[in-house]
Design a protein around this ligand. Structure first.
Ligand code: B12
Length: 210
């Protein structure tokens, strides 16, 4: 069995080639794709964030670590998704306006797809109006919004307000991202919150059923 600490280390130092190779070998050996993400890849990104906070890492290091994580995720994403089944519901997802972080959002999107949802991913830096417009166009009943910055998470309230103003009563807004808490989600009137991609699927199911 591969030494999976190599995956953690490779992401931490931004070694995309090794991260990809170790992931491929681990998957070939039958490793569970979700545990690779939860036990090795996400903790490595958390450590990258801590080093950035402590001024040991700077933006270039964040970027190369993110590139290593995204490369390895390309191998994992197809394994998290299923196909050929009737969608449980339709979700429009994106990262809030002014925010360019997309790794967590991408994971949530993949997990939702794996959970049987049809997902329309609007990418990053998405305005409240664009979320609402896409939900109307696609008939989605959930809008999922991600934010990683304390300065941009306030944009989530704009999405909740835009949904109300558009009169989309059947559309529920689900929020998440590192700085977001249940308390914050409640304070802006969001209908759902989770601090991880796995629980996001259960929350989305509850929202569709409610
Ligand atoms: C990688 C990274 C970057 C990369 C992003 C690359 C990319 N393509 O995403 C780059 C280099 C671009 C970047 C830029 C910046 N970053 Co940055 N970045 C990070 C870092 C290290 C990791 C984020 C990450 O991918 N984590 C891994 C994923 C899997 O976790 P996640 O995003 O939290 O997602 C999980 C959950 O939160 C949840 N979730 C996420 N979204 C959603 C949505 C819904 C609906 C639900 C239900 C759940 C959910 O599920 C996910 C999976 O379990 C974090 C540190 C950290 N630990 O968060 C800093 C961090 C977020 N960045 C930070 C900063 C300051 C910046 C910059 C301002 C730096 C600068 N001076 O330029 C810029 C801002 C650019 C912008 N306008 O967005 C700060 C934010 C501080 C704050 N309080 O606001 C952090 C916390 C670093 C730090 N400790 O200081 N960054």
């Amino acid at each position: 069995m591969s030494d999976l600490s190599q995956l953690y280390d490779a992401i931490l130092v931004g070694d995309a080639k090794t991260a990809f190779a170790v992931t491929q070998t681990a998957l070939d050996e039958g490793a569970d794709p979700q545990s690779l993400v939860v036990e090795y890849m996400t903790p490595a990104m958390d450590e990258v964030g801590k080093r950035f906070e402590n001024h040991e890492y700077f933006v270039p290091e964040l970027l190369i670590a993110a590139r290593a994580m995204k490369g390895a995720l390309e191998l994992i994403r197809p394994l998290l998704t299923s196909s050929g089944v009737e969608p449980v519901g339709r979700v429009v997802i994106g990262t809030v306006k002014g925010d360019l972080h997309d790794i967590g959002k991408g994971l949530v999107a993949s997990m939702l797809e794996g959970g049987g949802f049809e997902v329309v991913d609007l990418g990053v830096d998405v305005s409240a109006a664009a979320f609402v417009e896409k939900a109307k166009e696609t008939g989605a009943t959930i809008i999922a919004v991600s934010a990683l910055l304390t300065t941009t998470m306030t944009g989530m309230k704009a999405v909740v307000d835009a949904v109300t103003e558009a009169g989309l009563e059947g559309v529920k807004v689900m929020v998440g991202g590192a700085p977001v808490t249940q308390q914050y989600a409640d304070s802006i009137g969001a209908h759902g919150y989770s601090n991880n991609a796995n629980a996001a699927v259960a929350i989305a199911r509850e929202l569709v059923a409610s």
